[in-house]
Design a protein around this ligand. Sequence first.
Ligand SMILES: Nc1ncnc2c1ncn2[C@@H]1O[C@H](COP(=O)(O)OP(=O)(O)OP(=O)(O)O)[C@@H](O)[C@H]1O
Ligand SMILES: [Mg+2]
Length: 317
Amino acid sequence: MIGGSVQFLRARCHRSEARLACGINAWSMSIPLLGIERLNVSFGSTPAVRDLSLSISSGEAFGLVGESGSGKSVTSLAVMRLLAPQARVSGSIRFASEELLTTTEEKMRRLRGQAMTMIFQEPMTALNPLMRVGDQVAEAVLAHNRVSRKEAFERVVAALNEVAIPNAASRARDYPHQLSGGQRQRVMIAMAIVNHPQLLIADEPTTALDVTVQAQILELLSQLREKFSLSMLFISHDLGVVSQISDRVAVMYRGQLVESGSARQIFSAPAHEYTRGLLKAIPTLRSRRDQALTMVEAKSYPDLPLKQVEQGHWARV
Ligand SMILES: Nc1ncnc2c1ncn2[C@@H]1O[C@H](COP(=O)(O)OP(=O)(O)OP(=O)(O)O)[C@@H](O)[C@H]1O
Ligand SMILES: [Mg+2]
C-alpha cells in the first residue's frame, strides 16, 4: 500500500507541470519504510525492550545508541525475526506493507538477505573461516536470484568493487583470515548490498576496528547509502559515531527509548538527563587529562511517557 502511494505520487509528479514543486524526495523521505510500534520483548520475566516505537523513512539513516544491554541488538533482531525462540514479542513491526511479526516464515526468508539485510560487529565470527569470501557473497546472490554461477560471480565482483576492495576478482578467492579486519567488514557490507536491499541494519559495524578504519567504513556506508538510496538502522554505543552517519538519532536506556530527534537536536540540546550524561562522557580534545572522565550514573529514571520537546524531538521529561 505504501509502495502504491509512492508510485501514485511519482505518476502525479511526472504529469504535473510543477514537477519540481512536488518534491518527490521530500515525499519519499517522509513515508516510513520501517515502522515499529509499541514493541515489547522479554526473556522469561526479564524485559529487554519496552514499549519501543520508531520509524525509518525511505533513504533515511536512523541511529540507535545506548549502553551495553540497553536492548539495541534485541530490537534489530526482532526486526529480522531472528530472536531466540524463548523471546516473547508483542507490538507491531511493519516493513513497507508487511507486518513482520505475523508474516509467514517463507516471506521472512525472502525479505531477509534481499530487501532487509544486516551486518554485525565482528566479521570474523560472521564469516565462515573455511569458505572463500567470494563464495560466501555468492551464496547470498544464489539464495535470492535465479542466476548461473558465472552471473553470481560477476555480481560478487561488482559488489566487492562497490565496497572498494582492490583486485576484487582475485580477493574473492581469499579466505577470511587472509584479509584485514577492515577488508573483512567490507566483505560483510558487500554481502549485505549485493542484492540491493531497501533497509540495511548495521549493528556496531565499526566497534571492532581501529579509528582510522572505522572512519573509512563510516564513509563507505554513507556513500553506499546515497548511491543505492538505502535506509539504514545504524546501531552503536558511541553517540559520536552514530551522529556522524545518522539523520535522526534515538537513545535507548534499559530497553526504553528515552529521547529521539535529529542528530543536531540531540547534540545541541539533549532533553533527557541520561542523554546529557552520555554527551558529557565523550572525551574531547579539550578534556583535561589530569581529570577523570565523566561517568554515566546507572540509575532508574521514572517511567514517564515520551513527550514532544520541539518539532521532531521527543524525550521522557
Ligand atoms: N537470548 C537471550 N536470552 C536472555 N536474555 C537475552 C537474550 N538476548 C538478549 N538478552 C538480554 O536482553 C538485554 C538486551 O540485550 P541486547 O543484546 O539487545 O543489548 P545491546 O544494547 O545490544 O548491548 P551491546 O551494546 O552490549 O551489544 C540484555 O539484558 C540481554 O542480557
Ligand atoms: Mg548489541
